[in-house]
Design a protein around this ligand. Structure first.
Ligand SMILES: C[S@@+](CC[C@H](N)C(=O)[O-])C[C@H]1O[C@@H](n2cnc3c(N)ncnc32)[C@H](O)[C@@H]1O
Length: 249
């Protein structure tokens, strides 16, 4: 997706973004624990949440690090950050930071998180190499992303488009290795359940940026397909994530 289209998507979604996830504080807790287990933050650590969105996971980082720079190219998403002096908003995309067009407020970071961001970045290997230079010795970079295929109860055209676009986590491991990081890949999943009514409303709200590629009529046709495929009151599916952790020597 082009960056102006991505920005418009998140600017439009910003004030409803947390609502889509508010159904499950358990999910946020589960994901926060998975992130913290891998980033192993210490109390003096400087962290960056790049593509932080509304800061759903910046809050968890701030409980363990001294400061979290929350960077995002969408001003509307940044406006939703909670007021907390340990969260420092930075209006920037990953490319501008990686290529030095925007200077972050510190010389180096102990931890950089990119959660569900890399599919928006035009040249992930180049961006990861630039970001690796922002890590202090011993610093950790964690990319959290969906795998190459998902079991979401979406309509078939959306699932096809997802598979066409989604970068492969094994390619991220290779890119981190080439950037001088020791990289490893792991997976974890969380069981989700919604009423069909709730899930189709999330789809109508275009809760995934992918859904912005469909116009209103295509989306309604997709929702009818979801209803045909799921005649019961609920949809249940595993939300599976890849975690690529890179550590700088
Ligand atoms: C799916 S949301 C994830 C937000 C947050 N990390 C979370 O997990 O709740 C993707 C975020 O990436 C941001 N984004 C889009 N393009 C980006 C880029 N080129 N560099 C950094 N962030 C980007 C969007 O504005 C949005 O806030």
């Amino acid at each position: 997706m082009r960056s102006d289209v991505t920005r418009a998507h998140y600017d439009r979604l910003a004030d409803r973004y947390d609502e889509n996830w508010a159904y499950s504080p358990e999910f946020i807790r589960w994901m926060t624990d998975d992130i913290l287990d891998r980033l192993r933050l210490g109390p003096g650590d400087l962290a960056m949440d790049l593509g932080c969105g509304t800061g759903l996971y910046s809050r968890g980082l701030a409980r363990h690090a001294s400061t979290v720079v929350c960077a995002d190219p969408s001003p509307a998403m940044l406006e939703q950050l909670p007021a907390d002096e340990r969260l420092i908003p930075l209006h920037s995309g990953a490319e501008d930071l990686a290529e030095g067009r925007i200077a972050p407020p510190h010389d180096g970071y102990d931890a950089i998180l990119l959660k569900e961001v890399l599919h928006h970045v035009t040249d992930p290997p180049r961006v990861l190499a630039g970001l690796a230079r922002l890590l202090r010795p011993g610093g950790r970079m964690l990319v959290v992303m969906l795998p190459t295929s998902i079991d979401y109860p979406l309509f078939s055209a959306a699932l096809r488009l997802f598979e066409e676009r989604q970068p492969d986590p094994t390619g991220i491991v290779t890119a981190m290795g080439r950037s001088g990081l020791a990289a490893e890949l792991s997976y974890d999943e969380f069981p989700l359940a919604f009423t069909v009514e709730h899930y189709t409303q999330m789809v109508r709200n275009r809760y995934m940026s992918l859904l912005s590629s469909f116009d209103d009529a295509e989306l309604e046709a997709g929702i009818s397909e979801i209803r045909r495929e799921h005649s019961g009151p609920e949809v249940r599916f595993p939300d599976r994530f890849a975690f690529v952790l890179g550590v700088k020597a």
